[in-house]
Design a protein around this ligand. Structure first.
Ligand SMILES: Nc1ncnc2c1ncn2[C@@H]1O[C@H](COP(=O)(O)OP(=O)(O)OP(=O)(O)O)[C@@H](O)[C@H]1O
Length: 228
């Protein structure tokens, strides 16, 4: 489990995270929802130790996050970080050379699942295929937790559906997924837990099934109540 306990972050005098706490369990998809500037990316960066936090703590499976955590977690940013002149095959080879946890079998499976061609250059890919290649590179790593920043951002309906399908498949298996998204409609049925943020604070945190069964509300219903 990833436990975020009361983290605080300031940029200059501006408090961008103000005592944020939530948990993300293994085997579940947890979704961070919030309007632009709510603090979603800053939380992801804090979990990956890419930005220092001022107060609070972040634990993974009971231990404070540190350099050993990188064996267990990966961050898939909203844009592919590979050089444009690389082919998908080059990018996969790069990952294989640099990451112990590269799972070649899963990478090949993802390649055919997304119908990507190894020989295609990153620069020649459509936005949707670039997002899929980006996901492939992260999902093929044998880690327990996957952090994904806006995997659906700016891509067409069919690509979004295909990406959503991967979340429901064995390719994610029993790993813990923490995702930020605005495109809640495509994955609402797949999400186990929602954390709604505004202005650096958690407004509400709930399990989607409980919300549906006990209050008869969808995630979008709760979003309307909370943000409007
Ligand atoms: N390097 C930085 N320097 C100063 N302020 C920053 C920096 N990075 C982020 N911020 C501010 O921190 C706040 C939270 O930003 P963050 O990117 O985490 O939000 P977000 O919820 O991910 O937004 P978006 O949906 O637009 O990606 C915003 O007000 C942003 O302007």
């Amino acid at each position: 489990m990833i436990e975020v306990n009361g983290i605080t972050k300031k940029y200059g005098r501006k408090k961008v995270l103000d005592g944020v706490s939530f948990t993300a369990e293994k085997g579940e998809i947890t979704c961070l929802i919030g309007i632009n500037g709510a603090g979603k990316t800053t939380i992801m960066n804090a979990i990956m130790s890419m930005t220092p936090i001022k107060g609070g703590s972040i634990l993974m499976d009971g231990d404070e996050i540190g350099k050993d955590s990188y064996e267990k977690i990966t961050f898939i940013p909203d844009a592919i970080t590979m050089l444009p002149q690389m082919s998908i095959a080059d990018a996969m080879q790069f990952m294989k050379d640099f990451y112990k946890g590269w799972n070649e079998k899963r990478a090949d499976e993802l390649l055919s699942f997304f119908r990507l061609k190894q020989e295609d250059r990153i620069s020649s890919l459509s936005k949707g295929n670039r997002a899929k290649a980006n996901l492939l590179l992260g999902l093929a790593l044998d880690v327990d937790y996957l952090l994904m920043d806006e995997p659906f951002s700016g891509i067409d309906l069919f690509s979004r559906e295909q990406i959503a399908e991967v979340f429901a498949s064995h390719l994610v298996e029993d790993r813990g997924v923490l995702i930020t998204t605005h495109e809640i409609n495509d994955i609402e049925h797949l999400i186990d837990k929602v954390v709604m943020l505004d202005d650096g604070k958690v407004l509400t945190e709930f399990r989607t099934e409980e919300m549906r069964e006990e209050e008869g509300k969808s995630v979008v219903d709760v979003m309307r109540e909370v943000y409007q």
